[in-house]
Structure formats: structure tokens, C-alpha cells
Write a protein that binds this ligand. Structure first.
Ligand SMILES: [Zn+2]
Length: 210
């Protein structure tokens, strides 16, 4: 194989089968896609010019680039439980700062999704103190929906309520984002647009949230 260095990772250590599976997958990636698209990969190895800051949930079933057919280098990604933007958060603030000031990103996506464990946990069905504290940043989404929606009586209504909260949470996090001085300034200067998206795990559809 031209271009490719031989892997220095031991290939016979079966002590960690999941990691071995990932490394084997990486070897296939290098021999196939990486090799076939070497020009593109060698270009992005030197620099990145992503177009979008994508804020999504940590859920393992959603790979932002995969569900959008976005190529490596297109999305600058920040993920956490519940695709949340706390009003004051150094982790997120540093991501935002880098995205706007250093990468000149002008589009930010906040993407929610169906069957979100974080949204289910807002009803208190999780005994994890750190997660509960974290989810306080999304609590208002639940309160807004419950203030306007009748109590669900059927499984379908319960599913619909969760979907409403998942989508309201995206709107709420957009509001949080708009409070960051950097975002506020970029929005005022028409150098930034914020987009709410929602991904349906059962159909693969990604849609805009109004
Ligand atoms: Zn989620």
C-alpha cells in the first residue's frame, strides 16, 4: 500500500476484544476509504475549514456526519447528554469561541432526536445525581410542554409528549446559545445563523425545527 505506514499497534492482543474490533475496523478504513480518497484525507490532515458547528446528543445511535453525508472536515462537533447548552459553561464557551473566532463558522446547528434518554430522564426516572444536575439545563423545556399539553393517557400520547419536549429542548438551547456574548455579537453583525434540527431514529429523517 502506498501512502500508509504500518500500524504499530499489536494485532494479536485479544485481551480487549472491543478495542481489537475497532482497530481492525480502522485497518479496513485505512486500506479502503482512506487509500481511495487519499488526496482529500491528506488535505484535511494539514488544516480544517469546517462550515458548521454541530451541537448534538452523545447518543451512540447518531453519527452526525453519517446521517448528513457530510465529509470529514465539514462539521465541528460538540456533543453531550441531551444536546444542551448551559447558560454558563466553559467547555461550551471554548468550543464556541474557537468556532466563531478561529474557524469563522457562520452556521450553528443544535440537533435533538427521538427516543432521547436525557429527555426521558427529565421525568426523574434516573438515579444519577450528576445527570440530574446537568439536566436542570433542560428542565424548562419539559415545563413549557406540560403547561400546554394535556396529561398523556395512551402510549402514543406519551410518545408525542416526549417528542414535544425533545423539540422544545432544542428551542430552549437555542435561547441559551443566544445569551453568549460572542453569539450575540455575531448574530447582530449578521455573521451567524442558528438552526434547530431534529433526527428521527425510526425513519432516518432529519428535519428543521421551527
Ligand atoms: Zn439524546
Amino acid at each position: 500500500m502506498k501512502h500508509l505506514k504500518t500500524s504499530t499497534v499489536p494485532q494479536t492482543d485479544a485481551e480487549f476484544p472491543v478495542i481489537e474490533e475497532l482497530l481492525a475496523g480502522n485497518e479496513r478504513f485505512r486500506q479502503n476509504e482512506f487509500q481511495e480518497q487519499y488526496d482529500r484525507y491528506s488535505t484535511i490532515a494539514r488544516q480544517q475549514h469546517p462550515k458548521v458547528l454541530w451541537i448534538g446528543c452523545s447518543d451512540s445511535r447518531i453519527q452526525s456526519g453519517h446521517i448528513t453525508n457530510a465529509q470529514p472536515g465539514m462539521l465541528f462537533i460538540h456533543r453531550n447528554i441531551g444536546n444542551i447548552i448551559p447558560v454558563q459553561d466553559w467547555n461550551f464557551a471554548s468550543v464556541l469561541e474557537y468556532a466563531i473566532i478561529h474557524l469563522n463558522i457562520q452556521d450553528i446547528v443544535i440537533c435533538g432526536h427521538s427516543d432521547c434518554g436525557a429527555i426521558k430522564a427529565l421525568d426523574g426516572d434516573i438515579d444519577s445525581p450528576f445527570i440530574q444536575v446537568w439536566l436542570n439545563n433542560a428542565l424548562e423545556a419539559k415545563e413549557r410542554v406540560d403547561a400546554t399539553l394535556a396529561s398523556p393517557a395512551t402510549p402514543e400520547e406519551r410518545k408525542n409528549r416526549l417528542r414535544c419536549i425533545e423539540q422544545e429542548n432544542v428551542r430552549l438551547q437555542i435561547e441559551h446559545l443566544q445569551k453568549y456574548p460572542l453569539a450575540k455579537k455575531a448574530l447582530a453583525g449578521k455573521k451567524l445563523q442558528i438552526h434547530g434540527l431534529y433526527y428521527h431514529l425510526d425513519t432516518g429523517l432529519l428535519e428543521k425545527i421551527q
